[in-house]
Write a protein that binds this ligand. Sequence first.
Ligand SMILES: CSCCC(=O)C(=O)COP(=O)(O)O
Ligand SMILES: [Mg+2]
Length: 261
Amino acid sequence: MVVLSVPAEVTVILLDIEGTTTPIAFVKDILFPYIKENVKEYLQTHWEEEECQQDVSLLRKQAEEDSHLDGAVPIPAASGHGGGDPQQMIQAVVDNVCWQMSLDRKTTALKQLQGHMWRAAFAAGRMKAEFFEDVVPAVRKWREAGMKVYIYSSGSVEAQKLLFGHSTEGDILELVDGHFDTKIGHKVESESYRKIASSIGCSTNNILFLTDVTLEASAAEEADVHVAVVVRPGNAGLTDDEKTYYSLITSFSELYLPSSA
Ligand SMILES: CSCCC(=O)C(=O)COP(=O)(O)O
Ligand SMILES: [Mg+2]
């Protein structure tokens, strides 16, 4: 088995979700279709609620920022008392969400609505999150060895907690010391990793970040975070240069912690 030695200065393991702890297929074939199939009904049912209106406001703000993009779908401003025609507005939000999802965009606005929609499905037991079989045993081992384990995903913190709280392995939320999402910054920006270190109260070089996306690995590395690229079934392929440059693992069991020897 290939073994990757974790540098002695590492005290925190920061995990991406999609393509790292969890198969991309679970996200693409189960989580995302649920949104596309249910978004209209969800908006119709929850339209008058404060949380739903906040989600719509955030999506509208994002739509304004996106107005220069090809195919962007605007969301009209709510006008006067009671706003415009709710059905027209709902259709615009549905079209905007579907357009963003067709591009797999990771905007905070889209991820916030998705998280709120998944809540009911997880709570009702309609979905259970999948984790690769090496994930839970490895995370338990790392924690026993004194490591802190944090999550950094484009999925909202609320959605992350749903996945860890309702998984095929049971409720594994207690295995995580904390969560970060795009509210701290985007995963392809190195400043996000500096902010995460500062929020945890450690140096960036105390963190090992595991992700399937090399653009994220590169941003983290620029901030002096240690990185390993996770190669899982169904992940996007890597170029030969990327394969040579990055430390690669295919299972969390390939990480060797000197402190656990
Ligand atoms: C954790 S919520 C479901 C996945 C999701 O919406 C997503 O965007 C995952 O992105 P990641 O940063 O974990 O690759
Ligand atoms: Mg990922």
